[in-house]
Design a protein around this ligand. Structure first.
Ligand SMILES: Cc1cc2nc3c(=O)[nH]c(=O)nc-3n(C[C@H](O)[C@H](O)[C@H](O)COP(=O)(O)OP(=O)(O)OC[C@H]3O[C@@H](n4cnc5c(N)ncnc54)[C@H](O)[C@@H]3O)c2cc1C
Length: 289
């Protein structure tokens, strides 16, 4: 019984679990009570061959349709320990919250993350970044869980960080905890940097609508949004999924968009960009089937 490992909800709406606020359902969601319960839960789910997927804040995911498995949410894994410039934090801790918390302590390094609505685990998984900074710059090591239940600590170098990727993606590893190193700075300067970054986001991104941030990776030396804009694809829609007229690399949900609508729009953009420029745009967002 998965109820032994955390709080379970049945037949929930995807709109409450995705920043896209997708229409659709999820059969079950479980919030493990602790890292120990998460480990036991995953062991149980694997042993019983129960379909499942770990998510963080759902700010980089698209459900392909109704999800008939178990979504594992890490919100209760949010312990934190700050010791000078060293921070130990569990995977479910909110990244933007951590950026403000550390800024207010006069710790510099997470200014880039204040506008990224993910969790520590999700951010390490995809090496989240902005303004030429990324998770790679501040991670010392991460405690990971392998599929076979083995716990392993990987140093920054072993995490194989790349552009919006890490070893977690390729090797199906679960992040339980991370150690970050920030550096002492001037609190007012740190908060000003965050404020300036937020203003840049507000000016250039359609934050008034549900989305999951940038849809496509930037191809080497190019800007995905520019390519899409040059093809006059702004405002093109499938159902309520629409290419933003404020930022062409954002798909926004104007009401009842499903994951399938978003995916059709993604395919359409990929086809047009391939036809015109012979470039394969790679989707940055994770598709959950
Ligand atoms: C308005 C907006 C702005 C954004 N701006 C940026 C930006 O500037 N830069 C940027 O990089 N991203 C940005 N994003 C995208 C997103 O916030 C980041 O990718 C974030 O890191 C995703 O974290 P999450 O916890 O929401 O992960 P989720 O979306 O919940 O999951 C994403 C993937 O991570 C995996 N995952 C989650 N937790 C774990 C874990 N503990 N262990 C292993 N795998 C895990 C999931 O299985 C899934 O495959 C933005 C999104 C929005 C909505």
């Amino acid at each position: 019984m998965i109820e032994n490992f955390g709080t379970v909800y049945e037949n929930v709406l995807q709109k409450d679990y995705t920043t896209y606020k997708l229409s659709g359902t999820i059969k079950k969601v479980i919030y493990p009570n602790s890292v120990q319960d998460l480990i036991k839960l995953l062991e149980y789910l694997n042993k019983e061959h129960l379909k499942h997927k770990i998510i963080g804040n759902g700010s980089n995911i698209i459900f392909k349709g109704n999800y008939d498995g178990i979504i594992v949410k890490l919100d209760k894994l949010n312990k934190i320990n700050i010791n000078g410039e060293i921070i130990e934090v569990e995977a479910g801790y909110n990244l933007a919250k951590l950026a403000f918390k550390t800024a207010n302590l006069g710790l510099s390094g997470l200014e880039f993350a204040a506008g990224i609505p993910g969790t520590i685990g999700g951010a390490i998984y995809m090496n989240a970044g902005a303004y030429q900074k990324e998770m790679r710059d501040i991670i010392v090591e991460a405690l990971l869980l392998k599929e076979n239940g083995e716990l392993i600590t990987f140093s920054n170098q072993n995490l194989n960080f790349g552009y919006r990727t890490s070893i977690l993606k390729s090797k199906n590893l679960i992040c339980l905890k991370a150690t970050l190193k920030l550096c002492h700075g001037n609190k007012e300067d740190i908060l000003t940097t965050i404020k300036n970054n937020q203003q840049k986001r507000l000016a250039s991104q359609p934050l008034e609508y549900p989305s999951a941030g940038s849809v496509f990776r930037n191809p080497e030396g190019l800007c995905a949004g520019k390519l899409i804009e040059e093809l006059n694809l702004k405002n093109v829609s499938v159902g309520d999924a629409v290419i933003s007229d404020k930022h062409a690399n954002f798909i926004i949900n104007k009401g009842q968009a499903t994951g399938s609508d978003v995916l059709k729009l993604i395919n359409l953009v990929q086809e047009k960009v391939k036809q015109k420029y012979n470039i394969e745009l790679i989707c940055e967002q994770e598709i959950i089937e």
